[in-house]
Ligand binder design. Structure first.
Ligand code: 5GP
Length: 125
């Protein structure tokens, strides 16, 4: 899974079109093709650099991880519907529901979000 090209590499290279919200030299944000809320943006590092998923992060990824979180604030400045609040989600691995093996932050908002998210209800007592 590690060296495989993903759909996000193709979005970064322009091979697959995406509705881009923001980009700089290190990261790219675009609307999710299958939105789970009125606003659903994905924020990714342009270079995967081993970050197939958050749990694979290493020392050399620390700067981009900080950059991605800081970039969330820039995206909120650009997207009015996020100004009343939003949620960020990083799905990790099989149990986390991850389907694309290139680290990405979901930025979800544009309405009142519910909590808790996505458990099957089998939580420990
Ligand atoms: P995950 O399930 O890995 O946390 O999230 C992957 C996300 O990528 C999903 O929300 C899915 O809708 C989105 N996605 C998959 N393929 C494409 C695509 O070709 N374009 C865009 N914009 N989003 C995609």
């Amino acid at each position: 899974m590690d060296a495989e090209i993903t759909i996000f590499d193709k979005i970064v290279s322009g091979q697959i079109k995406a509705n881009i919200v923001y980009q700089d030299d290190q990261c790219l944000a675009f609307h999710d093709v299958n939105p789970q809320a009125p606003v659903h943006i994905l924020l990714i590092p342009k270079q995967r650099n081993g970050l197939t998923q958050l749990s694979k992060a290493q020392e050399h990824n620390k700067e981009i991880l900080g950059h991605l979180l800081f970039t969330v604030t820039k995206i909120v400045e650009l997207v009015d519907e996020l100004k009343k609040g939003f949620r960020i989600v990083i799905n990790d691995g099989e149990n986390g529901g991850q389907s694309v093996w290139h680290l990405h932050i979901h930025i979800i908002g544009g309405e009142q979000l519910t909590w808790p998210p996505g458990s099957s209800g089998s939580q420990k007592k």
